[in-house]
Write a protein that binds this ligand. Sequence first.
Ligand code: GLU
Length: 417
Amino acid sequence: RGEAGTPSHEHVVCFEVIARHGIVGTMCGIVGYVGPKSCVEILVDGLRRLEYRGYDSAGVAVHDGKEIRVLRSVGKLGNLVAALKEKPLHGSPGIGHTRWATHGRPSETNAHPHVAGGIAVVHNGIIENHLALKRQLVEQGVKFASDTDTEIVAHLVAREVKAGHDLLTALRRALAVVDGAYAVAVMSKDEPDRIVIAKNASPLVIGIGDGEMFCASDIPAILPYTRSMLLLEEGEIALLTATGVEISTLKGEKVERKPKTITWNAAQAEKGGFKHFMLKEIHEQPRAIEDTMRGRIDHEKWDVIESEIGVDAKTAESLKRVYFLACGTSFHASLYGRYLIEALSGVPSTCELASELVVRDPVLGEGDLIVAVSQSGETIDTLAAVKAAKERGAKVLALTNVLDSAIPRAAAAGSRR
Ligand code: GLU
């Protein structure tokens, strides 16, 4: 926690880890479809295959022949599916997104797709110069509906389209003023036969079907539909129609690329080229740290968003001890976490097997912050320990991979990862 405008030591350490590994905002899901089918199911199915990456909200935009229709919802994909049952969407092309907030809290209005002037955009990553761009747009009279950096792209593209440019040129011109990491997929009300996508430091692949075209932020999302893939490189933009793909650089040079045939199966694809999931997860740690902080740090003020952490500044300052509770692998991770927290915060930290805590009468109270770690969020001993700690007046923070699982629900505040 730093003064507004000054990153605290913790922020600096975490961002240094991320910077060293060169990882910037690559998470979350994009799926797109253009072709003869009504595509909502394909979009939702693709997003489901990307679910394991984590997200806080989801949404789809579909061209119904006349208009672009959008539906978004906070929380699990199941909420979006339920909303779609109430208000079905039909048509093509379509784009879908699972968001992991970086700018603007997780909410329905901040969820993607973002629409402006007949343009719908989904985006993974961060627009670094969003403050300057937003200021310019606001001065020109643009009204923003969300707090995201992404909405800027929708307004920029809409402005270029209004000036008479086609969608591809409009996105190219819009991105010329954008700095940052992005994978974007864009569609237009007035060009209902295409999706335009672009990439810089965030993955994006194109799947070539038979009379249909797909795109996604990750191969597994569209692997059930096609094995013929084109991988977009840094600084490239592509125009996708049902029957063709044109790739060029953002500067306008044509790119010739042959499709690759993916020979792995979906489970192998999810391992992202690593031999084992464990190895992949080890390499994913910097990204996991970044994602854990997503939506919980206000990048403008360089401060934590208290409502997203559930521990206010006064409580944080009054803490006398940080107490990790976990079982199995989570316990071993916590043994290390304890050292980090103590070194970073100067607050004495300890770690105990949750199954031990529940068979004794522990001295725990108001000055204790319990950090309950469980991959599934359902570990029964950890859940019992959380309840015992809460009964004694300790503050509890859950660290889990599964939103809305039992442990975060039992804790005063949950953390997504
Ligand atoms: N920066 C964007 C947002 O916060 C995209 C986040 C993402 O990659 O999901 O809305």
